[in-house]
Design a protein around this ligand. Structure first.
Ligand code: HEC
Length: 142
């Protein structure tokens, strides 16, 4: 009986581990791991005021660049565009390079290339935050 119970316990543990993995909150990950450099939400006027002190382009701007630069031949297919942009973000966070960056030359000159966040996020956090960035800034119109 004890054995069966512990097997059930292990099984439940695995199930809750897996569901915890898929329930990572992308917005929380953004706030914890990205917002120290990328301001979450700001107007153009506010950005101009604090431009000198920020470490990276605000996320609204980063997202606009991605939205305008990543084009899919069949532009009508939002799902493919979403998947490609999410894949780009996931890759960029771990392997940022000057060649890949779509940031404006001026911003790159000012901030330099983003430091790799390798080892700072789990795979689940990386998935969640990349998806959140797309859905929050690009998927929604504002
Ligand atoms: C230490 C500061 C710092 C942190 C932390 C940081 N970034 Fe960046 N990031 C930058 C800078 C600086 C740039 C602009 C230069 C560039 O494109 O590499 C940038 C650019 C980007 C770009 C734009 C790439 C492009 O092609 O235009 C994306 C996407 C991005 N960051 C996502 C993230 C996400 C998601 C996180 C959190 C997991 C994050 N960053 C954390 C500094 C940071």
């Amino acid at each position: 009986m004890k054995k069966i119970l512990s097997i059930i316990g292990i099984a439940l543990g695995i199930v809750s581990f897996v569901s915890a993995e898929t329930k990572v909150d992308g917005e929380k990950v953004f706030e914890a791991k990205c917002a120290s450099c990328h301001i979450k939400m700001i107007t153009k006027e506010e950005t101009m005021k604090i431009l000198k002190s920020i470490k990276a382009p605000p996320m609204v701007e980063v997202s606009n660049q991605l939205k305008n630069n990543i084009k899919i031949v069949d532009d009508l297919d939002d799902e493919i565009h979403r998947a490609v942009v999410i894949a780009f973000i996931k890759d960029y966070v771990i392997y940022p390079t000057l060649e890949k960056s779509m940031c404006q030359a001026m911003a790159l000159e000012k901030h330099g290339v983003m430091p790799s966040q390798k080892g700072k996020l789990t795979e689940a956090e990386l998935n969640a935050v990349s998806t959140w960035v797309y859905d929050y800034y690009i998927g929604k119109k504002f």
